[in-house]
Write a protein that binds this ligand. Structure first.
Ligand SMILES: *Cc1c(COP(=O)(O)O)cnc(C)c1O
Length: 456
């Protein structure tokens, strides 16, 4: 019997010429294709030897090769479908971009551009110039500078304005924000000295005033982002800090974290301080992330008076922290929508998901449920709470709907996550669910196909 099975194994050169493998032959280079087919035949030979299979057909080997080819042709960094219900998911790439913004990106990525070339003057230009005016127009700031991320923005500013001198920070703001952004460590790295004031739960104006001496370079206020202090608390507002700074002739800075450019309370979501409000408070320098609630690419934006921006432009760290054309192109595209808030809410995926009506989500849940049912897969629609995420609004949720699958939750979670199309769901109350908040119509066929092939 076993000998018969060995005889059934196809010959390498013949299998390589099989009609069903034609597209693989063309999509891969010869050596890679040769090795893959050879390895697959070997694998079947091993399985026969250790009696792992009792029978097989040539189709089984071909099917297995086709699956492998799909994986080989895929990049390691690849699309996943986010069914976790976390809108700004740092592990899944934070914000996703508008399709038209991505079209522009393609043009910039595949062509030469005027990245650092002034077309009017016909000479060297400045890469920051493409977005600075736009940022100032939207936020009300006098000047702006874009760097690799908000961590880089904070380091650059502290290094330029507080190196070797003291920076005053409230003990209630000495936080660690996801992915090891720790205020005391960042401070040390930048060469600025940390002067802690107040207590974890309470810091008042007198604490700031008392701490100021000739060693003080700046007062730093940090948005606590993914950490909440409640109960017996008090803190000093950015407006009060700005006033102390002006009184004493000390620079003030705010690490705002998420760059919120619209007032979310208008859309029934909890109020987050906006960048515009921070600028209006009189704080000298503000830093924000580009890929959190702003909804753009990974970057950090520094806002402040032109005289400060000019100094930062001459700092050597900027050469290491500067952004590339891909970021500038997508940042410009995203920011343009903010010129009209209604456009921003509609066109920027992160904002659309946060503000969209839950009936829209329910519609998508019903659509996916029907598509699955047509293939004989039964699911239940359940209400869920999608998280905003992204190191800001940590506990804030928006109403959503999810599909609950029948079957072993751990097995399902693993099955959907692995293989050639990765779908990330979550386990809730012992069941595997896909939250529709972060799933789009175009993802549905992929989900149905994957669900169909599940064998428990
Ligand atoms: C997220 C965040 C950072 C880090 O920003 P990155 O853009 O991820 O570097 C720094 N400070 C605050 C307050 C944040 O919320």
């Amino acid at each position: 019997m076993m000998n018969n099975l060995f005889h059934k194994l196809p010959k390498l050169d013949i299998l390589m010429q099989d009609k069903r493998l034609e597209s693989c032959r063309e999509s891969m280079n010869y050596n890679a294709f040769y090795t893959l087919v050879k390895d697959e035949i070997e694998r079947f030979r091993e399985d026969i030897k250790c009696k792992k299979i009792e029978n097989f057909e040539k189709e089984d080997i071909i099917g297995s090769i086709l699956e492998k080819v799909e994986l080989v042709n895929e990049n390691r960094l690849k699309k996943v479908i986010n069914g976790s219900g976390v809108i700004i998911h740092t592990n899944l790439g934070r914000s996703i971009l508008n399709k038209r913004v991505v079209e522009k990106l393609e043009e910039i990525a595949g062509n030469y551009s005027n990245l650092e070339f002034d077309l009017e003057e016909g000479k060297r230009g400045n890469r920051n110039s493409h977005v600075e005016e736009l940022i100032c127009k939207i936020t009300g700031a006098e000047g702006a500078l874009v760097v690799n991320n908000n961590a880089a923005a904070v380091i650059l500013c502290l290094n330029e304005f507080a190196k070797g001198k003291n920076s005053i920070v409230s003990r209630g703001e000495l936080v660690e924000i996801g992915g090891s952004f720790r205020i005391p460590d960042i401070m040390e790295l930048s060469g600025a000295k940390l002067k802690e004031i107040g207590t974890t739960n309470k810091t008042n104006i007198a604490d700031y005033e008392k701490a100021i001496d000739e060693e003080t370079a700046l007062i730093l206020k940090v948005h606590r982002s993914n950490f909440k202090i409640s109960g017996f608390t008090s803190e000093v507002s950015n407006r009060e800090i700005a006033n102390i700074g002006k009184d004493k002739g000390i620079l003030t800075m705010e690490d705002l974290g998420s760059g919120v450019l619209v007032d979310f309370s208008k859309y029934g979501v909890i109020k987050e301080p906006t960048v515009q409000e921070s600028v209006a408070s009189g704080i000298d320098i503000i830093t924000i992330s580009g890929d959190k609630l702003l909804g753009g690419p990974q970057c950090g934006i520094i806002l402040g008076a032109q005289k400060y921006i000019e100094r930062l432009k001459k700092n050597q760290y900027l050469r290491a922290f500067r952004v590339d054309k891909l970021v500038l192109s997508t940042l410009e595209g995203t920011l343009k929508y903010y010129l009209d808030e209604r456009e921003a809410i509609k066109e920027i995926p992160t904002l659309r998901m946060i503000t969209e009506n839950k009936l829209e989500v329910e519609k998508r849940a019903k659509k996916l449920q029907n598509l699955l049912e047509e293939k004989g897969i039964v699911t239940q629609i359940v209400e869920s709470k999608a998280k905003i995420g992204g190191g800001s609004m940590p506990e804030e949720t928006v109403p959503s709907y999810a599909l609950k699958f029948n079957g072993n939750a751990q097995e399902l979670e693993r099955y959907f996550r692995l293989g050639s199309s990765s779908i990330i769901g979550r386990i809730s109350e012992g069941a595997f669910i896909l939250d529709l908040k972060t799933i789009r119509d175009e993802d549905m066929d992929i989900i149905v196909k994957k669900a169909q092939n599940f064998k428990s």
